[in-house]
Design a protein around this ligand. Structure first.
Ligand code: ZN
Length: 401
């Protein structure tokens, strides 16, 4: 694939590592596949020629991520196989390497999330727990094993639920009122908390959908209680939801920001989107430990569902904003954006996070405190969701009219 090289490898560990990091930053969505393929070839070459080098295991780890990125982009099974082979070889051949435990967890993740191979995943996670009991990754591996265990018992429990679902064939939307309990979220004008606004709007939406044949709604929380971010997306997966919508209100250091945004999960270079992700991901501070690491591990893996989430985000944004305009709510559209939002990681259905206005600005904050405004806002979100359901599953709604 690459041109024959004269002399020895001019690719040193440092130069390859630098290329890899740069490419991940400048082209995370692989708009320029040839650079990625060239890097993959050079990494492969280095690993083959320098099997005794102490830096080789970490380049193998990088090479596996490059293959995984190529797989996510192209869906070509050979790249997934390559990624798995790198990690598998690394964990067998370089057992003493620092990156070995991490490689095993990642190997498990590839088996679990991309191959749906629970047995392979269990083997990899168990090996971390047994061989690297003192490593940080052992905690992660234990969590993954619990996840597998839980989902197996849920599948048993859900056999009946699934029959119910097949009975009425409802389109299921899981609504996630952001924050809750000790996690207040953003604090707004007049002491208004984000967690209260998000719950109020979610309950209104649930009410509106009650009269909508063919669509069911479930909430990740119905009270002022703390729910870990991961449990929220897991609930959507376990319920086999068709859509996952996390509801939030925005805040800004610049006072008097205003408007409405819809996010989907992806890496971004945009500073304000990154800042937003930091703020929303801070809910993890109430969960204690491990999650940051898991997010880093999962961020690339789960980009497979991003493809479906983008058209959902765009359609929902356009139709809900149109509805807000027709109600003269005076809401400024700030667009569809992407950010590495932990609550959207790992969902298996189109998933978005909605930032409904700025709770800490005088203008938006006053609106959000008004019951009448919240009702109209919820009506517009309802219009947006209904329009998407109708577009993607027309028979669900039309058949019942
Ligand atoms: Zn929030």
């Amino acid at each position: 694939m690459s041109l024959p090289r004269v002399g020895l490898c001019e690719n040193t560990y440092d130069s390859l590592r630098a290329r890899y990091l740069k490419l991940r930053n400048v082209d995370p969505s692989v708009n320029n596949p040839s650079s990625w393929l060239a890097l993959a070839a050079d990494l492969e070459h280095f690993v083959r020629e320098h099997s005794g080098d102490k830096m080789t295991p970490s380049l193998m780890y990088d090479a596996s991520i490059v293959s995984e990125i190529l797989y996510t982009k192209t869906q070509e099974p050979r790249y997934l196989k390559e990624a798995i082979t790198y990690l598998d070889t690394l964990s067998k051949k370089y057992t003493e390497s620092e990156v070995a435990p991490e490689a095993l967890v990642r190997l498990g993740d590839l088996h679990l999330y991309l191959e749906k191979n629970t047995e392979g995943a269990t083997g990899a996670y168990q090996q971390v727990v047994e061989t690297y009991a003192d490593s940080e990754m052992s905690t992660v591996a234990k969590q993954r094993l619990q996840e597998i265990h839980k989902s197996a018992s849920n599948q048993e429990n859900q056999k009946t639920t699934r029959l119910d679902k097949a009975d009425n064939e409802n389109f299921l939307i899981v609504l996630d009122p952001g924050h809750g309990g000790e996690d207040h979220g953003a604090k707004g004008v007049g002491g208004l908390y984000e967690k209260d606004v998000t719950l109020a709007v979610a309950l209104l939406l649930e009410k509106y959908f009650r009269d909508e044949p063919g669509v069911s709604v479930r909430l990740t929380r119905r009270a002022d209680s703390f729910v870990p971010l991961q449990s929220r997306s897991q609930m959507a997966n376990q319920e086999e939801a068709d859509l996952f919508v996390s509801l939030h209100v925005n805040a800004s250091e610049k006072k008097n920001s205003s408007g409405y945004e819809v996010y989907y999960l992806d890496n971004t270079r945009d500073v304000s989107s990154k800042r937003l992700a930091d703020r929303e991901n801070a809910s993890m501070n109430y969960e204690g430990g491990g999650s940051d690491l898991m997010f880093m591990l999962s961020d690339l893996i789960t980009t497979a569902q991003v493809n479906e989430s983008i058209p959902f985000a765009r359609h929902f944004y356009d139709t809900s904003l149109h509805s807000m305009k027709s109600k003269s709510l005076g809401v400024r559209g700030r667009g569809v954006k992407k950010a590495p939002l932990y609550v959207l990681v790992g969902t298996t259905m189109p998933s978005i996070l909605v930032e409904m206005l700025f709770v800490d600005s005088t203008l938006d904050g006053k609106k959000l405190a008004s019951e009448e405004f919240r009702q109209k806002l919820a009506e517009s979100l309802f219009d947006g969701l209904k329009s998407y359901v109708l577009k993607s599953e027309p028979e669900v709604l039309r058949a019942q009219r």
